[in-house]
Design a binder for this molecule. Structure first.
Ligand code: ARG
Length: 470
């Protein structure tokens, strides 16, 4: 048996815990361990949390006012350095927390070493991530609202535009485009509700939980929680440093959003396709082909549809990563960040593109109206007439209507163009009045039930949606 070759180790022991070590980490260790390349995105949250912690330490007499002032000033300088692009991110300091602390030492000297009193990276990182997710939720909520606004504006303009409504992607009954678009406004409203719920639960401050057991220093956790805009400090130190359910909840809500957006995107792809041509996307949201000069491709819609996979993947990554982890912190949890960042970014990109597509699109009312001619869309209206006027049971009316549709199909015409005699051959008591319900306009106008597709209903629903969501 050959023994594994010793791998090269960096010469210096770690700045933060070097006392216990003779040698630094192997290069391969550094590669798997370091998170700075991605967790640098937490810099603003990390500095804000450190400042809140430092002020609390001073207020409690745990560090001197002089040291606290030096630390706060140093952290301000670091924030400026990072925002100016001048900060020396170093992989040997592993993550954002130790990069900031190491730099603080370079800037202000020995006082920097007092900042980490009564805290651990375990409560530090989860505080940062909660703050980051909270901001991401607020940003996405605003973007969801923008998309709702764009949909509502189009719905108001298209409240009376008749189009085929589908089930099984088979033409079913006439609906209005406004009604169809408002369906997405409802979905997005629930999406916002899910994010708001997740935000409520995540808004507890873990800071002061320290490594896992709390601390012997006389800290004031209410003070830090308040300073960072949390509703309260978290109740159990072990829970606080070791759960990531808030991230799972955010990604679950995000996955549902991605699915809603992908459904809307799929409809846009269909509506732009030959055979539909219900809408035209603007030039700004279409692409051409490098070989086929005639093409206008809905790439943005296709990408929104496709990117749903990334967000669902992020949720899956988080769930599997957390499964079976014993309390408290485990380094596995460092893997929470990339899926969070990628999902939030992806959702933001998809929402921006969806809003632009909807805002700029030009519906083709004539094409949609023409499409309602096929498929016997008013068959249900005919059956309902037989029930309402002739008193048939709905099942019998359904049967008679089916026979009438068959005659129309054989003659190659729509129901509104079928001679009365053809209908009377199936049900003798049918009169001329039947034609009042066989046009698609009459059909949608009659759908006045709460939540229905009648143009007046749609206009009222759009007004209500403005009140509820915008
Ligand atoms: N970079 C780590 C993370 O993202 C910070 C926490 C590390 N804690 C520890 N005990 N090693 O989770």
């Amino acid at each position: 048996m050959t023994r594994p070759k010793k791998t090269a180790a960096t010469p210096a022991a770690n700045l933060m815990w070097g006392g216990r070590f003779e040698q630094g980490p192997a290069e391969a260790m550094e590669r798997i361990n370091a998170s700075i390349d991605f967790d640098k995105r937490l810099y603003a949250q990390d500095i804000a949390a450190s400042q809140a912690h430092c002020k609390m330490l001073a207020a409690q007499g745990i560090v001197s006012e002089a040291d606290s002032a030096a630390i706060l000033g140093g952290l301000d300088s670091i924030l400026r350095e990072i925002e100016a692009g001048d900060f020396p991110f170093r992989v040997e300091f592993e993550d954002i927390h130790m990069n900031v602390e190491a730099r603080l030492g370079e800037l202000i000297g020995a006082a920097a070493g007092r900042l980490h009193t009564a805290r651990s990276r375990n409560d530090q990182v989860v505080t940062d991530v909660r703050l980051w997710v909270r901001d991401a939720i607020d940003g996405l909520d605003g973007q969801l609202r923008d998309l709702q606004a764009a949909l509502i504006v189009q719905a108001e303009a298209q409240a009376g535009t008749v189009m085929p409504g589908f089930t099984h992607l088979q033409a079913a009954q006439p609906v209005t485009l406004g009604h169809h678009l408002l369906a997405y406004v409802e979905m997005l409203g629930r999406d916002r509700g899910r994010l708001t719920d997740a935000r409520k639960r995540l808004n507890e401050c873990p800071l002061g939980s320290a490594a896992l057991a709390g601390t012997s220093f006389p800290i004031d956790r209410d003070m830090t929680a308040k300073a960072l805009g949390f509703d309260r400090p978290s109740a159990n130190s072990m829970d606080s440093v070791s759960d990531r359910d808030f991230a799972m909840e955010f990604l679950s809500a995000g996955a549902v959003i991605a699915i809603h957006l992908s459904r809307l995107a799929e409809e846009l792809v269909l509506w732009c396709a030959a055979g539909f041509s219900y809408v035209r996307l603007s030039d700004a949201f279409s692409t051409g082909s490098s070989i086929m000069p005639q093409k206008r491709n809905p790439d943005a819609a296709e990408l929104v549809r496709g990117k749903a996979g990334r967000v669902i993947g992020a949720l899956n990554t988080m769930l599997v990563m957390m499964k079976g982890l014993p309390m408290a912190f485990c380094k596995d949890m460092q893997e929470d960040k990339e899926p969070l960042f990628d999902a939030a970014e992806t959702l933001s990109i998809c929402l921006g593109a969806s809003t632009g597509m909807i805002r700029d699109m030009t519906p083709d009312a004539d094409a949609m109206r023409a499409a309602t001619a096929a498929g016997f869309l008013t068959a249900t209206d005919l059956a309902d007439w037989l029930v309402r006027v002739l008193g048939l049971a709905f099942r019998d009316a359904h049967h008679a209507t089916g026979a009438i549709v068959r005659r129309a199909e054989a003659l190659g015409c729509g129901l509104a163009d079928l001679p009365l005699a053809e209908m009377q051959a199936v049900e003798a008591r049918i009169t001329e009045d039947i034609f009042e319900v066989l046009s698609v306009e009459a059909s949608v106008r009659s759908r006045t039930s709460l939540g229905g597709t009648a143009p007046d209903r749609v206009r009222a629903a759009a007004a209500a949606a403005r009140e509820r969501f915008l």
